[in-house]
Design a binder for this molecule. Structure first.
Ligand code: F0G
Length: 430
């Protein structure tokens, strides 16, 4: 099979698939991985992917919801794939969530069901596979938490040393705990995520460490499979909208690339529209969108959704392309809206971390302002697991004053049967 290659989106330089630079060596622009055309398209390619999803693939790479789409991810990686496996995440329908958002058909693609609890595993299986292929001696990333957790786990699987740099005091406890437990050398830095990324980017070039932030184009190849998998779960009948939380914009970019490829290969016959949702306190991409992308904004970010507390998104250019090519939109929702959406998703028995709920809050807002129609078919992506950020849950339900409308306060009781009976009666009447 002929190799893929890397293409610089800024200067059109082409470099080999196995080049070790994280950016274009000529102009420092962002790279994109391009693959040779698969042997088949349309129904035959759908059948190939559907066949791999069937019962015979309990083991091996095709049991992964990433590597099942190998031809569109990294075709030549066959014999050195490093996989848990990951992906195969559920597409959930919950009437309470749809009703809150005002949607007739809202499905939730729950990426929190990945091995380390976030969508990052889809990109990391490809990124760390690539790190091994090029003989990297160490891997590194800056992170708001999930990338670090995922990198730490996959590096442990590969037997590679990992360096994770996180902003001090701005990472949810579950994520930091994971990076430490999986054995990454974890550097806690004063400053915000954007500064962490600048530093690790420079360090990787200078110190020869393989950079595995979503700047790395191989990460995005893996993240594309969120889209391929949800299309497959819908029997390749695309929804009208795919809604995704947006921070560093890796996912927005990956989704645009995935949809373009799915359309070009006739896996689908029309393009869904993308909606990228930011937290209002960290919404430089939404500000640019409002101005028709006339200029790039940078902000000092502040949001309760620490995963997307990002002021200068690295994949800005790629994400602009994704929004333009899918006739997409970008919006921002307040922290209160995010926390209310999260409380609704949580109380439906699903659960997600705060940043994930931005997508559901975004659906409600876009329906209210008439951008999304009430009868449109919508898939919202939940990017991370509820247990990533237990402190936010504790604060919302137990500590916030006055209690928010959906707070579920614990009730302290005396050790008597009558107290339990009283509470049971209260349960049955509310
Ligand atoms: N949701 C979660 C749970 C995330 O962890 C992230 C990003 C996003 C959404 C935003 O995705 O950056 O592709 O636009 N987390 C990164 C990290 C930045 O370091 O874990 P994006």
């Amino acid at each position: 099979m002929s190799a893929s290659w890397q293409h610089c989106a800024s200067c059109a330089q082409e470099i080999p698939e196995t080049d070790t630079h994280a950016r274009c060596p000529r102009c420092q622009g962002l790279l994109e991985v391009r693959h040779p055309a698969p042997a088949t398209t349309g129904a035959a390619l759908r059948a190939l992917f559907d066949d791999r999803r069937g019962g015979a693939n309990h083991r091996g790479p095709y049991s992964s919801g990433v590597w099942r789409f190998r031809e569109l991810v990294l075709p030549t990686a066959a014999d050195c794939i490093l996989t848990y496996p990951e992906g195969n995440t559920p597409l959930l329908a919950r009437p309470a969530v749809s009703a809150w958002a005002g949607a007739r058909e809202l499905l939730l693609k729950h990426e929190g069901h990945n091995p380390t609890g976030s969508f990052k595993d889809r990109g990391m299986t490809v990124g760390v596979t690539q790190a091994r292929r090029i003989g990297a001696t160490a891997v590194a990333c800056a992170s708001t938490g999930n990338t670090g957790a995922s990198l730490a786990a996959y590096a442990a699987l590969a037997g590679l040393p990992a360096l994770v740099i996180v902003p001090k005091g701005k990472v949810a406890v579950g994520k930091l705990a994971q990076a430490l437990a999986y054995g990454a050398r974890t550097l806690v830095m004063r400053g915000n995520f954007d500064r962490c990324l600048e530093l690790v980017d420079a360090a990787s070039e200078r110190l020869g460490v393989y950079l595995l932030n979503s700047i790395n184009p191989f990460r995005l190849e893996g993240q594309k499979t969120i889209v391929f998998e949800l299309l497959q779960q819908l029997d390749w009948e695309p929804p009208d909208w795919i809604v995704v939380p947006a921070g560093n914009l890796g996912n927005t970019a990956a989704f645009g690339k995935a949809l373009g490829e799915a359309r070009a290969l006739e896996l689908i016959s029309r393009l869904p529209r993308l909606a990228a949702v930011q937290a209002a306190g960290a919404a430089p991409f939404a500000a640019s969108f409002r101005e028709g992308f006339a200029r790039r904004h940078r902000v000092e970010p502040h949001t309760v959704a620490t995963a997307i507390n990002i002021g200068n998104p690295a994949s800005y250019d790629r994400a602009v392309r994704a929004i333009r090519e899918t006739d997409g939109v970008v919006t921002a929702v307040s922290d209160d809206e995010i926390l209310e959406a999260k409380a609704v998703v949580d109380a439906a028995g699903i659960g997600c971390e705060p940043a994930s709920a931005a997508s559901v809050a975004g659906v409600r807002q876009l329906i209210r302002d008439g951008t999304i129609g009430t009868t449109d078919r919508i898939v919202a992506v939940l990017t991370g697991h509820i247990l990533k950020d237990p402190m936010t849950v504790t604060f919302y339900h137990q500590e916030r004053e006055p209690p928010p409308p959906r707070a579920n306060r614990p009730v302290e009781i005396e050790p008597t049967l009558s107290e339990i009976e009283r509470e049971l009666r209260a349960c049955l009447t509310t």
